[in-house]
Ligand binder design. Structure first.
Ligand code: NCD
Length: 310
């Protein structure tokens, strides 16, 4: 039995394999329950604060949808401009205040480590929806869950992670959950955007095998799952560096059809140019199903954290 009651969700490395399996099983349960009714009442009367200091579409709206589908309600904001941050309020004071109102705090903030800072202050469990180029653990969970739902199992999968591995927080959290499974990891990035050395060193010390390359074509041939990511424009200090690297990888329908028609393609979204839109209608293009899975995974987390399910 696992126990997530009252826990913060801050980092991809915090989960055991047993916890990952349980969260995904609960997500499956909610997916099934929602087939026959629009919403459930596990969290009736509970309130989630969705504090988004940085832009978001899927993470915020799927947290909110998850809460509503569980019978709870939501307060919050979707940009710091509408809050007292513009008057000079610190993150700490904003969190201390919101903590007086709600039962859970889901947040996204540009500063690395911001969710952990909030969790130290708040009594309410904090769910990290992205802290700068740091972590995005709930995305990693829904990515893992999508691999499982698309392929039936995770063990035995060759996973190719491609794009901005330096700044992409979804892949930073992703490797921390994939490492619990028998997967082959291939990191595809331009030299300047490779997976941070702290992460690769950690994987090495844990005995996790991975390969690094800048060659998407070759990696695609052996992929069961291709996880494309956006070059993270907002993390670049020089515009010319972004301009040079922004179109490093563009997946086309022809590439998939010629090199690996069975590949499952994932993307945390938003996409900019890295997946041509004519890939969308291929059977393995799973990125919008992946977005939907975000609701089930976040429902599972909220219900487990509230202790409504063990
Ligand atoms: C990602 C993020 O915000 O890190 N988006 C998301 O949450 N689905 C990926 C991205 O912005 O590139």
């Amino acid at each position: 039995m696992i126990n997530l009651q009252g826990k913060d969700i801050l980092h991809g490395a915090q989960f055991s394999r047993e916890e990952l399996e349980r969260i995904m099983d609960v997500a499956d349960m909610f997916r099934n329950q929602l087939e026959t009714r629009p919403s459930l009442d596990y969290l009736h009367g509970y309130i989630l604060a969705a504090l988004f200091f940085e832009p978001s579409t899927r993470t915020r709206l799927s947290f909110e949808t998850a809460m509503h589908r569980l019978g709870g309600s939501v307060v919050g904001f979707s940009s710091a401009e509408s809050t007292s941050v513009t008057k000079g309020e610190t993150l700490e004071d904003t969190i201390r205040t919101v903590d007086q109102y709600v039962d859970f705090i889901a947040m996204r903030h540009p500063a690395l480590g911001s969710a952990s800072r909030a969790a130290e202050i708040a009594k309410a469990p904090v769910l990290n929806g992205g802290d700068g180029a740091g972590q995005h653990p709930t995305q990693a969970l829904l990515d893992l869950y999508t691999v499982r739902s698309e392929r039936g199992q995770i063990d035995g999968t060759t996973l190719v992670l491609c794009g901005d591995l330096k700044n992409g927080r979804t892949v930073h959290s992703g490797v921390e959950v994939y490492k619990h499974y028998q997967v082959r990891l291939v990191f595809v990035a331009p030299e300047q955007l490779r997976m941070p050395a702290v992460i690769t060193a950690r994987l090495k010390s844990l005995g996790i095998q991975f390969e690094e390359t800048d060659d998407l074509t070759n990696a695609l041939k052996k992929a069961d799952v291709l996880y494309m990511t956006r070059i993270q424009k907002e993390r670049f200090t020089k515009a010319e560096d972004y301009e040079r690297l922004k179109d490093s990888y563009i997946l086309t329908r022809q590439m998939v059809e010629n090199l690996n028609p069975k590949v499952v393609t994932l993307h945390p979204l938003p996409r900019v140019n890295e997946i041509a839109t004519d890939v969308d209608t291929l059977p393995g293009a799973a990125y919008f199903r992946q977005a939907r899975n975000g609701v089930y995974i976040r429902m599972a987390l909220l219900a487990l954290i509230a202790g409504k399910i063990q």
